[in-house]
Design a protein around this ligand. Structure first.
Ligand code: CP
Ligand code: NVA
Length: 312
């Protein structure tokens, strides 16, 4: 018998970072540490459980890490690529897949699709990136900071670039975990005000700042994070966006304005010489591939806490 136990998440789904409590987010990072250091303890933890993975957009990291996570926990996966509502309504897809699978992981063009899957499915639905949130990414990223600095309290993360899905999830998850976050974007590309307000109301012991000053944002930061200027599904106005974002490129010069032990973070895929440079990607303090690895461990913790059969 497996001797390990773990806490459960009260919510049925992870539609966004808002579905976790502060305590659950912290517990998830603690469990991530356990599954990363002692993977053998969890080899049969989700035996005979099956995940349905639905992808409306391309993926390397999310697909590999969810497939491997469930398989390394004793379960298995079925993957479907294409528009979820191409042949039938989302609510019918949800009520089919829940009959065969114990959980649904969905990467969607629109957040509404994740929400509708969750509404109609009796099994957990996990957001694997929508146009609003990327909660699995933020959990792995905060785990990466915790791993690097030992603890999260007192840390500061600077996000420089597009105030889109990744920035939204980082705002909420940093606030939950007591990490200061400064988001620097060009005017017109700020994160959604309601998400900033949600982060502010969750941040009991940390600061939430939105600014157009990239240098001010990275000052004193333990992590400097960026994301692509052209997210999937948002590849329009190439010249205008490139002009608007150019002053927000994370160059070595900007990165070196953060703390001398700061790490560089990027969800990947990265466009070198757009949002960042080769020198920063390859910098000795670049943690981008640690983040990718940690997607696997953090998602194992998430699957255990959402789908696990034993309770702590
Ligand atoms: N960071 C991330 O989600 O990568 P993929 O788009 O390759 O899954
Ligand atoms: N903001 C990016 C993240 C990719 C992981 C996108 O949505 O394409």
């Amino acid at each position: 018998m497996n001797p390990v136990t773990w806490p459960r998440i009260a919510a049925k789904n992870l539609r966004s970072d808002l579905d976790l409590t502060n305590e659950e987010a912290a517990q998830l990072l603690e469990l991530t540490e356990q599954v990363k250091t002692r993977p053998e303890d969890y080899r049969t933890a989700l035996s005979s459980l099956y995940l349905g993975l639905l992808f409306e957009k391309p993926s390397l990291r999310t697909r590999f890490t969810f497939e491997l996570a469930i398989k390394q926990l004793g379960g298995d996966v079925v993957v479907q690529v294409g528009r979820i509502n191409e042949r039938e309504p989302v609510k019918d897809v949800a009520r089919n897949v829940e009959r065969w699978c114990d959980g649904i992981v969905a990467r969607t063009l629109y957040q509404e699709t994740v929400d509708e899957l969750a509404r109609y499915s009796r099994v957990p639905v996990i957001n694997a990136l929508s146009d609003r949130y990327h909660p699995c990414q933020a959990l792995a990223d905060l785990y990466t900071m915790r791993e690097r600095f030992g603890a999260l309290k007192g840390l500061k993360l600077a996000f420089v670039g597009d105030g889109f899905n990744v920035a939204h999830s980082l705002l909420i998850t940093c606030a939950r975990l007591g990490v200061d976050i400064s988001v620097a974007t060009p005017r017109g590309y700020e994160p959604k005000p309601e998400i900033v307000r949600a982060a502010e109301s969750l941040a009991t012991s940390s600061k939430v700042v939105v600014t157009d000053d990239a240098s001010a944002a990275v000052k004193g930061a333990h992590g400097v994070y960026t994301d692509v200027w052209f997210s999937m599904g948002e590849e329009t106005n190439y010249e205008q966006r490139t002009r608007d974002f150019a002053p927000y490129r994370v160059t070595e010069e900007l990165f070196l304005q953060a703390r001398t032990d700061a790490i560089f973070l990027h969800c990947l895929p990265a466009k070198r010489n757009e949002e960042t440079t080769d020198a920063v990607m390859e910098h000795e303090r670049s943690a981008v591939f640690d983040q990718s690895e940690n997607r696997l461990h953090a998602q194992k913790a998430l699957l255990l806490m959402l789908m696990g059969q034993r309770e702590a």
